[in-house]
Design a protein around this ligand. Structure first.
Ligand code: SAH
Ligand code: MG
Length: 221
């Protein structure tokens, strides 16, 4: 009804309002707020998209870079088939990793998730040395290192793996020519090079804070 739509309504908040509230995810957001951690979990619509993509692609081995409180981790793990698959989360801060682990456990994914604490580039190098491979990547940590994380993702990718990367708009800074900080420059270069990368089939989604979606092409695709 039109009277429910007031001026502050955005397309995102309109569609979000159609969904039932999600007690499990709200609890995670509350746990983040209570600890005074940054309230920068992935936006709800993109959380739903992560669940959908994992489920639709049949991905079994999932990797996220940047765990925070476990919101995106739960969204990713929800897409796994019952009792199968595994989520590996990389998180710099031990106290964040601890909360994310606790929240994943509470959501029923304790035995199918692992948390690697430390700088993600180090963990990725270790995973590569161990010969680990993944079907799905969610990049959502320090923006300057997005290009580094993408190269790791491509090397650690199973055929037809999906790569999603959050916050490609940096709350408008990406589009603001006056902003020239290191994160902004890195994201602009990331967005541009991904769009032209022959190894990827990709699309940039402009809703919320921007999301890159890409599939790693099979060789000769
Ligand atoms: N994906 C989470 C939000 C992540 S916020 C969600 O949507 O629920 C970004 C996270 O990246 C923070 O928790 C931050 O501590 C972590 N981070 C920042 N730099 C990092 C690094 N170099 N290696 C690993 N994690 C990092
Ligand atoms: Mg994010």
């Amino acid at each position: 009804m039109s009277k429910e739509i007031h001026r502050e309504t955005t397309p995102e908040s309109y569609f979000d309002s159609l969904y039932e509230s999600d007690a499990e995810l709200e609890k995670i957001e509350r746990s983040i707020r209570e600890r005074g951690m940054p309230e920068i979990s992935v936006e709800p619509g993109y959380g739903r998209l992560l669940t959908l993509l994992v489920r639709a692609t049949g991905a079994r081995s999932l990797l996220e870079v940047g765990a925070l409180g476990g919101y995106s981790g739960v969204c990713l793990a929800r897409g796994l088939p019952p009792g199968e698959g595994r989520l590996t989360s990389l998180e710099l801060k031990p106290e964040f990793a601890e909360l994310a682990s606790a929240n994943l456990k509470e959501a029923g994914f304790g035995d199918r998730s692992e948390m690697l604490v430390g700088a993600a580039a180090d963990s990725l190098a270790r995973l590569e040395a161990e010969g680990r491979r993944f079907d799905f990547f969610f990049i959502d940590a320090d923006k300057e290192n997005y290009p580094v994380y993408l190269e790791f993702a491509i090397r650690l990718a199973n055929p037809r793996a999906i790569v999603a990367a959050d916050n490609t708009l940096l709350r408008g800074r990406t589009l603001d020519p006056n902003k020239q900080g290191p994160s902004v420059l890195a994201i602009r270069e990331f967005n541009r090079s991904v769009a032209r990368d022959p190894r990827l089939t990709s699309v940039h989604l402009p809703s919320y804070d921007g999301l890159l979606l890409a599939m790693v092409n099979e060789p000769n695709a």
